[in-house]
Design a protein around this ligand. Structure first.
Ligand code: PLP
Length: 342
């Protein structure tokens, strides 16, 4: 394992040139260790690519697998970037709304949207924007379903360590029958959320070697790989002291409790209790059905920033973040109340 050294010292090591396009071996080794620790799976260097954030890792995977007009399914609510990422590949985004009106998809919701053009499914749990963790039944069903239908399954696990109420995260590998070179399971993760290192722009994907090779070729022509300094910093985060992750997790859990209590006592607002992340998606349609209009109104009137639910496929909802201080959370909800309750 590489010793962890300050970036300023790293500059003196003369390792300041291009790295291998899929990332330096030491970072790949750290990702291999991470995959072993959190997924109980031993992978090889050839199964790993480091990219400029989980976002770029997902984009590389989509560019490697999608042909124009092919379809990508993901449950609603979905992370805001998935539809445009699919479109950037010339492909067609296919949002799948849970039939029961909840934030928890069932396998039927996905199955109903499959066509002869379907190439991939993207699953994000814990989910941005709802904060819910999908059930073990759903994860096991979707892994088996994608294997049976020969579909790629991208697991966007970027929030998997920020989970509450003593929950455990479901490991998709536990349900995969096929873990050889023809496996179409892609695990995406990164340092942005658990280590609060969003600006460092390091994420990764773990997948079969052929797909990683294709993604590496694409990355080679797009960015030549992530910055060497940031790769070194990511190694420090992954291999270093992990206390900060637990501190962040417990802080977010406390913040979640406060925000949900406040929203539950907010007349007309309905909210599903998040089980992870630092977001919740609340139904404000009793006040305004157009979420863009409501979000703009709240910025203009009381300077509170929310994200319109329409961006996540949920018109009438607002995404609220509880990653700030408790004081800010309380103040924010008070201001929304003062703006909406006459
Ligand atoms: N996936 C989801 C669901 C996210 O919410 C985000 C960031 O907001 C990302 C991926 C991107 O993460 P990164 O900062 O590693 O690119």
């Amino acid at each position: 394992m590489d010793a962890i050294i300050p970036i300023s010292e790293h500059l003196n090591t003369r390792e300041v040139r291009y790295t291998p396009a899929a990332g330096i071996p030491a970072l790949k080794q750290a990702i291999i260790g991470y995959t072993e620790e959190f997924y109980n799976r031993k992978v090889q260097q050839e199964n790993v690519i480091a990219a400029s954030g989980a976002k770029h890792a997902i984009m590389l995977a989509l560019q490697a697998i999608l042909n124009p007009q092919e379809e990508v399914i993901f449950p609603v609510p979905y992370w805001v970037s998935y539809p445009d990422m699919a479109r950037l590949c010339g492909a067609i985004p296919v949002p799948a709304s849970p039939e029961d009106g909840s934030f928890y998809p069932g396998i039927k919701d996905i199955e109903n949207r499959v066509s002869s053009h379907t190439k991939a499914v993207i699953i994000n749990s814990p989910n941005n924007p709802s904060g819910v963790i999908y059930s073990e039944k759903f994860i096991s069903d979707i892994v088996r379903f994608c294997e049976n239908k020969n579909l790629y399954l991208i697991m966007d696990d970027i929030y998997h360590r920020l989970i509450f109420d003593g929950k455990t995260i479901i490991n998709p590998y536990d349900y995969a029958k096929n873990l050889d070179e023809s496996s179409k399971l892609i695990i995406v993760n990164g340092v942005s959320k658990a280590y609060a290192m969003t600006g460092f722009r390091i994420g990764w994907a773990v997948a079969n070697t052929g797909l990683i090779e294709a993604m590496t070729n694409i990355q080679g022509h797009q960015t030549s790989g992530p910055s060497v300094l940031l790769q070194k910093a990511a190694i420090g985060a992954i291999n270093g002291e992990q206390l900060g992750v637990e501190e962040l997790r417990t802080t977010l859990e406390k913040n979640r409790n406060v925000m949900i209590d406040l929203l539950n006592s907010f007349e007309g607002v309905k909210v599903t209790r998040p089980e992870g992340t630092f977001y919740c998606l609340a139904d404000f349609s009793a006040y305004e059905k157009d979420s863009n209009k409501l979000s703009n109104f709240l910025i203009d009137k009381v300077q509170v920033l929310t994200v319109p639910g329409a961006e996540f496929g949920m018109e009438g909802y607002l995404r609220l973040s509880y990653c700030g201080s408790l004081a800010d959370i309380k103040e924010g909800i008070e201001r929304i109340k003062s703006a909406l309750l006459k």
